[in-house]
Ligand binder design. Structure first.
Ligand code: HEM
Length: 233
């Protein structure tokens, strides 16, 4: 295990948070919801090196409409003083996902994508809450992008290793950010801490992050069923 992986894993184990501000409160309050995602059969098989490119592409096919909506919502809320700044320059993932999908599925990849029922429900929820409720946008944005900058970096290394791809190769560009993930995470957590939300609004945001984690777990469960992936023995 390299140093970054150790840091990520160590940080994961101490996800209890510290009494420091909303970023720590949110992290601590949703720790077990995150755990369900980490241990899903699909994600465990992915990080365990048991999936090939085709099965990996099945995940990013489902993530594509999620990021499309998140990034459209970011545009819609760009001028909102609270939500706007969370869309940090360099975070957007949609173009990378599209390049990765073209790598695995060919230039006409869009024609064969079939949304899983959980993805369709996830997208409905994003349409309902991420476009005109700043806290709802931040809840969903946080769940995906802070994840991509955190455990996502570990997942990316595993996927690259298994598929024999380098950091700059199409197929795994989704995981490559310009600059250090830690710098984005520090800036993101500072924004969470600075959000002018009272206790009731913070509780609503935490609830919505739980909802977002649940959609991700349901998507992983749907993928396991669709691809007949069994939990590791
Ligand atoms: C095998 C799957 C996964 C592994 C191994 C994993 C691992 C981790 C680790 C180690 C961290 C802490 C890193 C740090 O503090 O710097 C983390 C944070 C996080 N992960 Fe995951 N993760 C997985 C799946 C997911 C999924 C599916 C999501 C959501 C869609 C997600 C969302 C997050 C978020 C939002 C954080 C940041 C928590 C915070 O600091 O506020 N993770 N993950």
């Amino acid at each position: 295990m390299d140093r970054t992986t150790q840091e990520e894993t160590g940080a994961c184990m101490s996800m209890a948070g510290h009494d420091e501000g909303f970023a720590a409160e949110l992290r601590a309050a949703t720790r077990s919801d995150h755990g369900e995602n980490e241990t899903s059969a699909y994600m465990a098989a992915l990080v365990g090196g048991r999936l090939g490119g085709d099965e990996y592409a099945a995940l990013i096919e489902q993530l594509h409409p999620v990021y499309e909506l998140l990034e459209r919502a970011a545009e819609a809320l760009a001028d909102d003083p609270v939500a706007g700044p969370f869309a940090l320059p360099g975070l957007a993932r949609l173009r990378a996902l599209e390049t990765d999908l073209a790598h695995f599925r060919g230039p006409r990849w869009r024609e064969r994508v079939a949304l899983l029922p959980s993805t369709a429900r996830y997208c409905d929820r994003l349409r309902d809450v991420a476009f005109d409720w700043p806290g709802g946008f931040v809840a969903h944005h946080y769940t995906r992008y802070l994840g991509d900058l955190s455990g996502g970096q570990f997942i990316g290394r595993q996927v690259r290793r298994v598929l024999g791809l380098g950091e700059d190769d199409p197929g795994v560009l989704f995981y490559r950010f310009e600059g250090k993930p830690k710098d984005y995470k520090d800036a993101y957590r500072a924004l969470l801490d600075a959000a002018p939300w009272d206790a009731a609004e913070r509780a609503r945001v935490i609830d919505e992050v739980r909802t977002a984690y649940r959609f991700n777990a349901e998507m992983a469960a749907d993928l396991s069923r669709a691809l007949s992936i069994e939990p590791a023995a």
